[in-house]
Design a protein around this ligand. Structure first.
Ligand code: SF4
Ligand code: SF4
Length: 358
């Protein structure tokens, strides 16, 4: 039984507590036989790296806690077997007494987890807080400090690591830091109709890999789409929507995430068969009114209409007080018929005055 580090990138909020806790534990204090003190600057045995992804306007920042992976077959140990040892619990330790002057250990680590302390003439790295574990601690300081459980130190046999990845640089070395939700690539874009200058909602977007694997989604209410956790590869995007000519384009995410920008769809059907802007607006208003009605019903609300309120006469522009209960209403100044206006105003005020019943 031995423990491994499990890092869930989706839970890491970049608070840096783990990084600070490591500094607090090791700066200014040696923990023999595992370490000499960590310098205040220049070394991060635990470091929260920031990975910027995408292009404006779709940009995402992922935080990646980074530390020695305590490999089963460590390259650092191969470089200086007399100065590096592996404990029974799997922690890899650079012996601070035997490693003096062994600068080659810095280059030996494929992920740059070893730092050189010029003042002490000593290579140094994460010890997994072996001194604390020896004294009854269940987890290292960094894990203890993590408020979101993004960082865990757990028995390997008690955690499902089937979806976890390890760092590619350490392939074959048996790294013992497992990452969940390690960021892959994303492909995002927006679909719009240039003729009416509107986004296209519900367009079908397909992402097809070179091997023919297909992922599919519909554009949302803003015409946006986003495929996340895509493997770094070349793909084809196909966009289709009723009444529009299909659009196809290649997209390469081997190096970077991609925001492909605005994809214009050309309408091919008879425009006259399409609802006009006014018809669409009426339909949307009717739908919104239905939603309001459902919401009011679900809130067990009552609608109150104020007895008196002011309206501005569209005929003369003068403001006058009126009463929603009145039947036919005319402007007291220019006699314009205000009946419809007052009814509309009363309805608007009624919605605004919706209150929840006790
Ligand atoms: S990550 Fe680097 S320093 Fe840590 S055990 Fe592996 S090779 Fe050694
Ligand atoms: S303490 Fe946890 S949440 Fe904060 S940066 Fe470190 S791993 Fe992420």
């Amino acid at each position: 039984m031995s423990k491994v580090f499990v890092v869930d990138i989706d839970k890491c909020n970049g608070c840096h507590n783990c990084q600070v806790a490591c500094k607090d534990e090791h700066c200014g204090q040696p923990w023999p036989p595992y370490s000499q003190e960590q310098p205040l600057t220049g070394q991060f045995w635990m470091k929260v790296k920031e990975k910027e992804r995408g292009q404006v306007p779709v940009v995402r920042l992922s935080y990646i806690p980074w530390l020695c992976n305590h490999c089963e077959d460590p390259a650092c140990m191969k470089a200086a077997p007399e100065a590096v040892f592996r404990r029974e619990d799997g922690l890899v330790i650079i012996d601070p007494d035997k490693a003096k002057g062994k600068r080659e250990l810095v280059d030996a680590c494929p992920v740059g987890a070893v730092f050189y302390n010029e003042e002490l003439d000593l290579p140094q790295k994460c010890t997994g807080c072996a001194h604390l574990l020896d004294n009854g601690w269940e987890v290292p300081r960094c894990v203890d400090a993590c408020p979101t459980e993004a960082l865990r130190y757990v028995e390997e046999s008690e955690v499902d690591l089937s979806a976890a990845t390890t760092l590619a640089e350490l392939d074959g070395a048996g790294p013992r830091v497992y990452y969940l939700n390690y960021p892959k690539r994303f492909v995002a874009g927006l679909v719009f109709d240039p003729e009416v200058e509107e986004v296209v909602v519900g367009a079908c977007v397909r992402l097809t890999s070179a091997e023919g694997t297909v992922r599919e989604m519909l554009t949302d209410d803003f015409g946006d789409f986003k495929f996340d956790q895509v493997e770094a590869d070349s793909y084809r995007i196909d966009v289709t929507a009723d009444g529009y000519a299909a659009v196809s384009m290649p997209v390469d995410v081997r190096v970077l995430d991609r925001y492909v920008g605005d994809i214009a769809l050309q309408f091919t059907d008879d425009r006259s068969a399409r609802p006009t802007a006014a018809e669409t607006a009426r339909a949307q208003r009717a739908e919104a009114e239905k939603k309001w009605a459902r919401l009011r019903a679900s809130m067990n609300t009552k609608v109150t209409t104020p007895a008196n309120f002011a309206v501005v006469c569209p005929g003369c522009g003068k403001k006058m007080n009126t009463n929603a209960e009145a039947g036919s209403i005319r402007c007291q100044f220019c006699k314009t018929d205000l009946t419809d206006l007052v009814k509309q105003k009363a309805a608007e005020c009624a919605v605004k005055k919706t209150v929840a019943q006790a």
